[in-house]
Design a protein around this ligand. Structure first.
Ligand SMILES: [Zn+2]
Ligand SMILES: [Zn+2]
Ligand SMILES: [Zn+2]
Length: 176
């Protein structure tokens, strides 16, 4: 794949790089990202590589087919039905339209809750805000109230959108 040519200018494409949100792309070697001006210079061709959807051990509640985990360009995660495909010709999605957005992720931390001594977890919201909260905390959907320990510590900054490499300035991909 290394000798692939840029469709815009004919220069070879660079190495596959991975963005902060786990997407893979190849830039044209005739272009570069200027960190100071925050603009791309030279050829701005970017080829986004599709991330293989991960098949989940869960069934679609609508049709019973397996669900797959998809990650959008901005690092948002969703589960969707594996029968759902994008038809490039009609520009419509086909198959089952079940989608479930995942609103955040939790990571286990090696820290103890100052209130109850249980482990803390790092929670990242879909908008990229982070907080440490107690692993015993939960949400009772029926009662619409929080359960367990209420310890929460918000972390400053918006980590998910940190402009590590100017990713957010890149042209939109035409897939999904
Ligand atoms: Zn080019
Ligand atoms: Zn389905
Ligand atoms: Zn606690």
């Amino acid at each position: 794949m290394q000798d692939e040519k840029c469709p815009k200018c004919g220069a070879p494409l660079g190495e596959v790089v991975e963005t902060a949100t786990g997407k893979r792309l190849q830039r044209c070697t005739a272009g570069s990202w200027n960190k100071e001006t925050k603009k791309s210079e030279g050829c701005d061709y970017v080829k986004w590589l599709e991330v293989e959807p991960q098949t989940l051990d869960e069934k679609c509640p609508k049709c019973g087919n397996p669900l797959v985990l998809n990650v959008t360009r901005f690092g948002k995660k969703m589960k969707k039905c594996s029968t759902n495909v994008w038809n490039k010709e009609t520009k419509l999605s086909e198959g089952c339209d079940y989608i479930e957005w995942i609103n955040g992720t939790t990571e286990k931390l090696d820290e103890k809750c100052p209130q109850c001594g249980e482990p803390l977890v790092l929670f990242t919201t879909a908008a990229g805000k982070r907080m440490k909260k107690c692993s015993t905390s939960g949400w009772d959907r029926e009662a619409k109230q929080a359960t367990g320990c209420t310890y929460v510590q918000w972390l400053k900054g918006n980590f998910a959108s940190a402009p590590a490499n100017g990713e957010e300035f890149l042209p939109p991909e035409d897939i999904f």
